[in-house]
Design a binder for this molecule. Sequence first.
Ligand SMILES: Cc1ncc(C[n+]2csc(CCOP(=O)(O)OP(=O)(O)O)c2C)c(N)n1
Ligand SMILES: [Mg+2]
Length: 611
Amino acid sequence: MSDRVRLTASQAIVRYLSAQRTVVDGQEVPLCAGVFAIFGHGNVAGMGEALSASRAELPTYRAHNEQAMAHAAIAYAKTMRRRRFMACTTSIGPGATNMVTAAALAHVNRLPVLLLPGDVFASRRPDPVLQQVEDFGDPTVTANDCFRPVSRYWDRISRPEQLMRSLPQALGVLTDPAECGPVTLALPQDVQAEAWEYPISFFQPRIHELTRLGPDTRQLTAAAEAIRRAKQPLIIAGGGVHYAQACETLARFAERFSIPVAETQAGKGALRWNHPQNVGSIGVTGSSAANELARDADVIIAIGTRLQDFTTASSSLFRNPRRQLVAINVCRFDAAKFGALQLQGDALRALDELNVLLEPSVSAEYSARVKHLAQTWNSSVEAATAVSDTTLPTDAQVLGAVNRAIGTNGTVVCAAGGLPGELHKLWRAQDSDAYHLEYGYSCMGYEIAGGLGVKLARPDRNVVVMVGDGSYLMMNSEIATAIALGLKLTIVLLDNRGYGCISRLQKSCGGTAFNNLLEEAAPAVDFVAHARSLGAESLQVNNVRELERALNDTRAQTRTVVIVINTDPHHSTAAGGAWWDVAVPEVSGSKDVAAANEKYRKTLRDVSDLE
Ligand SMILES: Cc1ncc(C[n+]2csc(CCOP(=O)(O)OP(=O)(O)O)c2C)c(N)n1
Ligand SMILES: [Mg+2]
């Protein structure tokens, strides 16, 4: 019997993907959970044929927009803590480049997704084929070169046997905790259909389990030494805590050593909101408790965080020169930031090993201060999110209603606008699956597609998408996909007639209202009718009490529901928070801009370590 099998490149990709397995909660499952597909020329004949024949092993999902389907795939992987991923196949040209934004989003957020854009003929026979962009000086450049800077691994498969080398590397990147990110394999349409005799052994089932890099002994000793000396330590928990499945380990560590824990957007939910050591969110959209503790801390232990500018309040929280930063991160690139004492390794292993080396040493006074600050912050949250009867509630009041109604298995999903800041500050996450924010790229339009990915991963969760009118109008197509797949999303649409958060930012930089909020005379968008036309249930509510009731009333129904509420575009929560570096013009005819620039330059001198 031959030890080879003749397959097209597309069939080989599908067969190889189907053979990759992983273990989730003790159960062996396929590593690649399925493929989102929008067909066109450049993938319908090749990938389409292969996927159609393998539907039983590798499900294909038809979507409505390539960017959105990739968002859904990325949200799926995030919800699965990067233990499983999905693939996306597109036609050449616009279908392919529609996914570039999603690739960038996965790149920033260190999330796995396998992108399989169709490409122009490798043979160049029909050049220029329909949708080929044509570089005048370099025929090897195609639209898919746009993916290079936003892929962790990029290849163009110009011969079917190249898959023998490229697919294992692609899988390596998708499953490696430090390198993890988007993989792009550009697939010329003729190669997709071309056959080669692949060794059968290439398709042997393989189990990929999470690798946990252990910390280096010298780095571990140095980190333990620094933490031992700390009198006012603070932990910043990032997304890496979730991806390492280290939430419980972190909770025990924080309890044993009485170290307060602040959370980034990706880290939120690492500790339940009312855990005694949880002092809330950190940074620009942080709690007063976490930010005050960060400013005064002598040792900050940053775990699994990229330390992006919202986390560090544009580095102003890290200005104290006597403060020691210890960075626990599986990725060297992140561990090296801000001159940190590096502890490179898996968060769970690093915490376990530090646990052995340390003794509780924090004073009762410090613990009392932490408790007091956390209590004070919790009162601010209560005040901001309390029920109100106003017909134009704030985002915070709407958020409060959703938070109260979401139930113990709720997951809130959001990405851009004013909501992410309010959610980071005010949302009370009851468990580690309660909060799904895409704030690495903060991409408008991620929300509904992302909600679809979360629901695919966790059909048992009550998935509530909170979305602004701007984001909704930018991308809502996957409501139709959710309906088609029978996946229920609850979408709360906050209509403040425009780009509220950017309008507020414009004002805070001295600008006058311009090009953000809709003019008063502009017609209102009938969101209820729009959502209904896509197949969703939809309704308008007039205040947060009605919203809470509607959320409870629609909880048990199985069809996606869109609840629209009008909101105040001018207000966001003042409590907590910290500085954010937004450059103000040095020259302007406006007195307000000049004043804002003077204030900006003074703040820079006061807070930036680079001034
Ligand atoms: C794709 C994309 N385009 C532009 C932006 C910049 N941006 C951030 S928030 C925002 C306005 C969002 O409006 P809406 O969803 O209504 O939320 P609101 O600000 O009103 O809360 C814009 C334009 C972005 N984050 N993503
Ligand atoms: Mg808006």
